[in-house]
Design a protein around this ligand. Structure first.
Ligand code: NIG
Ligand code: FE
Length: 410
């Protein structure tokens, strides 16, 4: 006798388990089973495929007219931070740019102030609320960056909060040290970068990755290279915020340094995109950020795929450049602005996102952890189509229904 059967699934989305990220045309390959069945026992998948009546279980969920997929992976978030920056919206309206706000001591630096002032407990409560919102939206694997402490004590404070959330909820999390996220006002970028490199030793046991913001006025390519080499020497795999605003060659650097991911890439060069053919670095695209920064040019996702690159989609949830942790909304923006097909998008928020943060997630094969979502949607295309709302009806974590949305009123 099994624990749970999900029966009569209109569309069952089954991304393929692979050792390497899906690249180029592979991203469009997605197995979708009509009239599917999923069987779960002891928190694991026993069966996922075409309809069968061969199994029995204590509980049956009728998913007539619904879609089922693996739970989603949000591969780039700045989940733990203090404060908020709603006043920056009026600055934006007046035409002040993101980098100008940062130069004036606002932007990231104002969140640094709020994060330093917040106690560990306050940070935990705020991040917990937003993590729960993600889970309610069908996400059960989350990457979470530091980067708003800008000194060892406060970076470690953020990382501890992130780790404590993982421990409390038992969902998959990866914790990224992003010490070089901005240059504090009282120092210069060279001195600060040296400090971050020294601090790597103290964060290497709590962090899974080291990340850096390589951008005009923040850290250069040479500084980023030095930092990445130092992190790898200590055994920390690297990520990079690359070519978000200006084309500095961040994608090329990520490929050269075999980064696990290169993120943003709105301004990535043609040479960088060409080099993707021989690389397994995942391009983590964040179209919600381009939207929120009010830019017209989005990352060239199609060009990356044409060059046989691997791409994933994530929210970039943070208090400045992308204030949403609804990955479903970002899937809609990816469909409209990155011109990705629904099948490509599903792979980009499941298996490929999992590769970008090195978690075993995004598939429903026999023996996999039963982490899945029952969507109130008739097919996989419907979720990016009906945008800005939450379609997750049930979220199942290790075989247990932990979210059950019912729109009935009290
Ligand atoms: O990924 N680009 C740098 N860091 C974040 C933004 C952080 C902020 O504005 O607070 C990003 O977009
Ligand atoms: Fe980011």
């Amino acid at each position: 006798m099994n624990d749970l059967i999900i029966q009569n699934i209109a569309e069952l989305i089954l991304p393929k388990k692979t050792d390497l990220p899906l690249k180029g045309q592979e991203l469009a390959e997605l197995n979708i089973v009509k009239n599917g069945t999923v069987v779960i026992n002891e928190g694991k998948i026993v069966y996922a495929g075409p309809h069968t009546d061969d199994y029995e279980a204590h509980e049956v969920i009728d998913a007539t007219g619904k879609t089922v997929s693996p739970s989603l992976v949000d591969a780039h978030t700045h989940l733990v931070h203090g404060g908020s920056r709603e006043h920056e919206m009026s600055l934006k309206r007046q035409g002040v740019s993101y980098l100008e706000i940062l130069e004036q001591g606002g932007g990231i630096l104002s969140t640094v102030k709020a994060t330093r002032e917040a106690s560990e407990d306050e940070l935990f409560k705020k991040a917990e609320h937003e993590l729960l919102r993600m889970i309610h939206h069908g996400v059960l694997s989350v990457e979470s960056k530091s980067g708003y402490g800008l000194d060892l004590e406060n970076e470690l404070k953020q990382l501890r909060v992130s780790k404590a959330l993982e421990e409390k909820y038992g969902i998959q999390m990866k914790h990224t040290y992003l010490g070089p996220h901005a240059v504090p006002k009282d120092t210069d970028s060279e001195t600060f970068l040296e400090q971050c490199i020294q601090d790597l030793d103290a964060v290497k046991d709590i962090a899974d990755f080291a990340d850096i913001f390589c951008e005009t006025g923040v850290f250069t390519i040479e500084q980023s290279r030095k930092y990445m080499i130092a992190a790898k020497e200590l055994g920390l795999p690297v990520k990079i915020h690359a070519d978000e605003i200006d084309p500095l060659g961040g994608l090329e650097l990520a490929i050269e340094q075999q980064a696990i991911s290169a993120d943003h890439l709105v301004a990535a060069s043609e040479a960088g995109k060409k080099a993707l053919a021989d690389s397994d670095t995942v391009c983590v695209l964040l179209p919600g950020t381009t939207f929120y920064l009010n830019k017209n040019e989005y990352a060239d996702a199609r060009g990356m795929l044409d060059n046989n690159g691997a791409i994933a989609i994530a929210t970039d949830y943070n208090p400045g450049s992308c204030v949403t942790n609804n990955l479903q909304l970002v899937m809609s923006i990816a469909a409209l602005k990155l011109k990705l097909t629904p099948k490509e998008i599903w792979n980009a928020v499941t298996v490929n996102a999992a590769k970008a943060i090195d978690v075993d997630a995004g598939t429903l094969e026999i023996g996999d952890a039963a982490n899945l979502v029952v969507w109130h949607a008739p097919n996989h295309e419907y979720i990016p189509y009906h945008y800005g709302v939450n379609h997750a009806e049930k979220v199942i974590h290790n075989g247990k229904v932990i979210v059950n949305h019912d729109l009935a009123l009290n």
